[in-house]
Design a protein around this ligand. Structure first.
Ligand code: ADP
Ligand code: MG
Length: 478
């Protein structure tokens, strides 16, 4: 069959698109061009070495599978990399794939196992049972990247993390059974759930751990009903030692699936097997969840994950950079941590976009580039300037430590920095005078008002001071 390279790549893309999130797809796959298809080798052109390495590191499994699906088991992929050095006018060089046989370290965005049969008429292999075998091998579906080691601890997650750690050391035998983790999106539930599973595997290699999203669980159940293999389905789940169900809220209002889960839950719990559940809301808010199941959830521990504070956010970014072996100026890291406050996944997305942009355009990672990228990222909400950020810029500008603003010192230069921080906070944030005062050394609203007046007066009368204000204004809003 004579296939056209563009068409083959298009088909690959359509599968890839289904398996990763939109932002990653745009960042890593849209810039790729298919350039050649010869002897079952598809050559794709990528914009840089960094790009190539990133794909190899994070998407190798997905790429291999999709290419083989399109071209058969003999199918191969090769990269053609656009040279980084413009002095070299030679043709782009090509690297043969596969260059490594290492297991992909997993892509943090792929939470679902790859389902290449999706949309095709091929039968999805029954994942659960091999009849007649007592000990069967279960694919745990755990992502090695989501380890405890890679999970940064902070006040925001301390309880959940230590409960998870305790559970991993003694699954089914602690009071935390079930362990229910809940939080808004992007705050680490899935990560922590995997970490517990991985740690159990470390501690007790013979234990059977299974991670499934509740969506997978529900779909498997539907298939089982259709294929008349409901018993197999139940038996399969009843032999798991540590069952992790992610995003249980997906089962809300799905009565039949809840019922079967209830059944499995009881069996496992009675046999001292560990249950781990994650949810985007606490049990009390799970409307449409079977009351008996809800009461079971309350048997164990419900622990929430909060938005991480600034230090934790910075530590998370540093951890990621370190893991990927990438360096980034401190000011960029801090800016990123200051700007994206409510969702770790979004923060990671912005980080990746910055890396990709810098690699695509072969530009150094500067604060300016980061600001442009982040503004795009949060364009819908138009980036909010925070009081924290203003304080940081002001302190950096005058070479003062951040603590100075919060201290009681009445030293002239510190008083001035504090007043400027108050003035800009009033101008650029929606915070009330009282809130601003609280954040700037626990002052009251009258002090803030006084600061704003003083700054306005000085702007009118002191040229040097006016300069400060103009420069700071630029730095804060850039
Ligand atoms: P959720 O399941 O709550 O929506 P995830 O577990 O998918 O969130 O986390 C989103 C991203 O943020 C993941 O890439 C995860 O690794 C990262 N993340 C969240 N919290 C932490 C943390 N405390 N330390 C390191 N990475 C974190
Ligand atoms: Mg999740």
């Amino acid at each position: 069959m004579n296939k056209n390279c563009k068409a083959v790549w298009e088909s690959c893309l359509s599968v890839i698109k289904d398996n990763i999130n939109h932002q990653s797809y745009k960042t890593w796959f849209e810039p790729i061009k298919a350039v050649k298809l010869e002897n079952n080798i598809l050559t794709i052109q990528v914009p840089s070495q960094f790009f190539y390495e990133w794909l190899e590191e994070h998407y190798i499994t997905l790429l291999k599978k999709t290419v083989k699906k399109e071209l058969g088991s003999e199918g191969r992929l090769e990269y053609s990399i656009i040279m980084e050095n413009s002095y070299n006018n030679g043709p782009p060089f090509t690297i043969k794939f596969p260059t490594s046989n290492k297991k992909a370290t997993g892509n943090p965005f792929v939470n679902m196992p790859i389902d290449l049969n999706r949309g095709s008429s091929k039968e999805i292999p029954n994942p659960f049972i091999i009849p007649g075998l007592r000990k069967i091998k279960v694919n745990s579906q755990l992502n090695e990247n989501y380890s405890f080691e890679n999970f940064i601890e902070g006040d925001c997650n301390r309880l959940a993390r230590s409960a998870g750690y305790a559970v991993a050391g003694n699954p089914g035998k602690t009071a935390f059974n079930p362990l229910l983790l809940y939080s808004n999106v992007g705050l680490g539930k899935t990560h922590l759930a995997h970490a517990i599973g991985l740690e159990v595997k470390n501690n007790f290699p013979e234990k059977t751990v299974l991670y499934v999203t509740s969506e997978q669980f529900a779909n498997q159940f539907i298939d089982a009903v259709r294929n008349n293999s409901k018993n197999d389905f139940v038996h399969f789940y009843q032999m798991i030692d540590v069952l992790i169900i992610d995003d249980i809220q997906f089962l809300l209002k799905k009565e039949k699936t809840q019922e079967i889960y209830f059944h499995i839950f009881n069996h496992l719990h009675q046999n001292s097997k560990q249950l781990i559940i994650t949810s985007d809301k606490p049990p009390v808010e799970m409307e449409g969840m079977n009351a008996r199941l809800l009461s079971r959830f309350k048997w164990g521990l419900s622990a929430d994950l909060q938005v991480p504070d600034l230090e934790t956010r910075i530590a998370i970014i540093n951890k990621k950079l370190y893991k990927d072996g990438v360096e980034m100026p401190k000011e960029v890291i801090e800016y990123l941590a200051y700007s994206i406050v409510t969702n770790v996944r979004e923060m990671e997305g912005a980080l990746i976009s910055i890396l990709a942009q810098s690699s695509l355009n072969k530009k150094a990672i500067t604060l300016e580039l980061a600001k442009k990228m982040i503004d795009k990222f949060v364009k819908n909400t138009s980036r909010e300037i925070s009081i924290d950020y203003i304080q940081k810029v002001v302190c950096d500008y005058f070479g003062l430590p951040l603590e100075a603003i919060h201290s009681k010192t009445r030293k002239r230069e510190i008083v001035q920095a504090r007043q400027l921080a108050m003035y800009f906070s009033k101008r650029m944030t929606k915070a009330s005078l009282a809130t601003i005062g609280q954040h700037c050394g626990k002052k009251d609203h009258a002090t803030v008002l006084h600061a704003c007046r003083t700054v306005n007066n000085l702007i009118d009368t002191d040229k040097q001071f006016r300069n400060y204000v103009e420069e700071l204004d630029k730095k804060i809003t850039l």
